[in-house]
Ligand binder design. Structure first.
Ligand SMILES: *[C@@H]1O[C@H](CO)[C@@H](O)[C@H](O)[C@H]1NC(C)=O
Ligand SMILES: *[C@@H]1O[C@H](CO)[C@@H](O)[C@H](O)[C@H]1NC(C)=O
Ligand SMILES: *[C@@H]1O[C@H](CO)[C@@H](O)[C@H](O)[C@H]1NC(C)=O
Ligand SMILES: *[C@@H]1O[C@H](CO)[C@@H](O)[C@H](O)[C@H]1NC(C)=O
Ligand SMILES: *[C@@H]1O[C@H](CO)[C@@H](O)[C@H](O)[C@H]1NC(C)=O
Ligand SMILES: *[C@@H]1O[C@H](CO)[C@@H](O)[C@H](O)[C@H]1NC(C)=O
Length: 557
């Protein structure tokens, strides 16, 4: 056992050594989970068992306030992979490819590729289909064709055993993996392929950027059935605020149409749009989501342990994040499709060898695999947590700098013709000093489109042409402020003078965002509320100006 002084000394020595050695460039392992809110031990979730991700967190910076720019897969992924906001990618649905629809923007992996990296994609990284030109943006972003697990073909088939013993297309879908077609599941195949790729690039001499996109905990909850045992129903509770709040403007509400379409939910005959889902079924959804998270944790554990065995943990940056969150019954809502924290907030964990963690003693593994069924203890101590509000658009410049590349320049006001720039900020300085001070002024922007002021069938995911209202939302350390304003999907202009509804949550007394004081006249802190209105409206206007001046560029390229 080393004395504290010795430990400190060895840390300093390792630190400077790594700094010297790493004039060579670091590899990047970029792990993206799908629909994962920070329901993880290292984010103080009291229920979820995630020992492998917690272990990664214990050697990383853990961003407690990281937000997606739009809480739905395609728009969020295109946004963080190009480091541009949805108003610049002009993707609010799944139906356009930014290179032809908005601008020929350079992506994060494409930039690494242009700098000599071997870039590889496994699983769901770009949103598949039109949004990435049916190719996951290959060959621009990737050195080799992206990998898709064959067993994903069965994801939406009748493979879930129902209570009647027959096979269904269900939301809840715990399975015996050996009984599945191909006897495996997509995320298991993802891990195997990622490990195979790591082996193959290990000795090539060029640095690599490997993106691994896990499909879970996205619905359906088709997961190995044993993970349910970690969450006995009698130990679970409903969301603390399972009812639709009275002051919630209807435009803000998402009617969770996707889960209603699954056979098991359909048979419950739940009233549209507000429900509710019967309590026992709510508990089962929560149980399956948590089990799906532990299943992802298990895959991450296997992947990181392999990285370590290959000797790569000492020169590979590891990022773990998600495209957005998922409501688990809060405000009577399910799924993503909103501006609430439960939908926009994501885990963001960044391990930088030598910076967030000293090299391990010889012979000791950095990421030993932890079997959640034997040992689900959290391995996370405080002190590495960052409270500053950060956004997923920050990833591109941050990872570039941490890897040893130049960060892309900040985007000018109208950036539709600028191929390489960022609308985020590099967070690299947070990793440099041992003493980082949180910036309480920072804010995160998210937005969500709606087709109408009241919930209808397509409110969760309107087509571009049907968008008539946009909810622009600001999250600061003490407020969430959202303005729902009219939006023209042809000119891509929002009209901040045409306010359809507003939301203001004072987070020091309402962290769950259940009490909308936007209209409230009785609210005791009226002055503070008024100031917040003025301040945040001005901030939003300033923010939007950025995009308006570019609107003439529509149709270019
Ligand atoms: C888009 O950019 C890529 C390189 O980033 C380039 O190869 C391609 O030719 C560009 N396409 C157009 C139409 O400009
Ligand atoms: C999209 O894919 C099609 C078919 O492979 C190809 O012809 C086209 O050039 C691609 N678009 C761009 C912008 O690269
Ligand atoms: C899973 O399915 C296989 C093949 O049908 C069977 O042998 C095994 O007992 C099943 N396992 C469980 C835990 O049900
Ligand atoms: C806020 O006030 C507007 C206009 O007076 C009204 O239309 C809206 O329903 C109110 N919203 C809430 C949440 O009370
Ligand atoms: C579903 O609920 C509606 C009213 O909420 C009722 O009219 C209808 O009969 C129900 N259908 C079934 C299959 O239970
Ligand atoms: C914006 O909305 C206001 C209020 O409804 C309206 O008077 C104005 O004409 C709108 N501006 C544009 C450019 O449509």
């Amino acid at each position: 056992m080393l004395s504290p002084t010795q430990t400190w000394l060895s840390f300093i020595l390792t630190f400077s050594l790594v700094e010297v050695v790493s004039t060579g460039r670091r590899n990047v392992l970029f792990i993206i989970s799908d629909d994962l809110r920070p329901a993880l031990g290292c984010y103080d979730d009291p229920v979820v068992k995630s020992p492998n991700i917690d272990q990664l967190a214990s050697k990383s910076k853990v961003f407690l306030n990281a937000y997606a720019q739009q809480a739905v897969c395609g728009p969020s992924r295109t946004s963080f992979l190009t480091s541009r906001r949805p108003d610049t990618t002009r993707l609010y649905d799944f139906n356009s490819y930014w290179r032809v629809h908005a601008g020929n923007y350079t992506t994060l992996p494409q930039y690494f590729k242009s700098q000599g990296y071997t870039t590889m994609s496994v699983g769901k990284v770009f949103h598949p289909g039109i949004a990435s030109n049916h190719s996951d943006d290959y060959p621009y972003s990737w050195s080799v064709p992206p990998y898709h697990p064959p067993s994903f073909a069965y994801e939406k088939r009748k493979v879930c055993k129902g209570d009647d013993g027959k096979l269904h297309v269900n939301l809840l879908c715990p399975v015996n993996v050996t009984e599945m077609p191909l006897k495996t599941l997509p995320d298991m195949e993802n891990t195997a392929e990622a490990v195979r790729l790591l082996r193959s690039v290990k000795d090539t001499g060029s640095p690599f950027f490997l993106a691994v996109g896990y499909y879970k905990p996205h619905i359906p909850f088709r997961i190995p059935q044993e993970f349910l045992k970690l969450y006995p129903l009698e130990s679970l509770s409903l969301a603390p605020d399972p009812d639709v709040p009275r002051g919630l403007p209807p435009v803000a509400y998402n009617p969770w149409t996707d889960i209603r379409k699954r056979e098991d939910v359909e048979s419950l005959n739940i009233s549209f749009p507000y429900g509710p889902i019967p309590k026992d079924f709510q508990l089962r959804i929560r149980q399956h989501y948590f089990a799906a998270v532990s299943y992802v944790d298990n895959q991450v554990g296997k992947l990181l342990s392999a990285l370590d065995d290959l000797g790569l943990a000492k020169n590979t940056i590891v990022v773990f994040t998600s495209d957005h969150g998922w409501s688990l019954g809060e405000h009577g809502e399910w799924a993503k499709y909103s501006n609430f924290d439960v939908a926009t907030r994501v885990p963001l964990i960044v391990y930088v060898p030598g910076l967030t963690s000293a090299s391990e003693t010889a012979g000791e593994k950095t990421f030993p695999y932890i079997d959640v069924f034997r040992d689900s203890h959290q391995r996370f101590s405080e002190g590495r947590q960052v409270n500053t509000m950060v956004e997923l658009v920050d990833l591109f410049p941050t990872l570039s700098e941490l890897a040893g590349l130049k960060a892309p320049p900040p985007c000018p006001r109208s950036s539709f013709r600028v191929w390489l720039c960022t609308e985020g900020s590099s967070l690299a300085q947070i990793f440099r000093g041992p003493e980082h001070r949180d910036n309480s002024e920072a804010i995160a922007y998210s937005q969500y489109p709606r087709p109408s002021d009241t919930p209808q069938e397509d409110s969760d995911l309107p087509l571009l042409a049907d968008i008539s209202v946009m909810g622009y939302s600001i999250r600061s350390c003490d407020y969430r402020y959202t303005l729902w304003v009219s939006f023209d999907p042809v000119s891509f202009r929002a009209n901040l003078s045409d306010i359809h509804a507003g939301e203001l949550y004072l987070l020091w007394e309402d962290p769950g965002q259940d009490n909308n004081v936007y209209n409230s006249t009785e609210y005791s802190g009226v002055l503070c509320k008024l100031n917040a209105h003025l301040h945040w409206t001005a901030t939003l206007k300033q923010h939007l100006l950025y995009f308006y001046s570019g609107s003439k560029a529509k149709g270019m390229f």
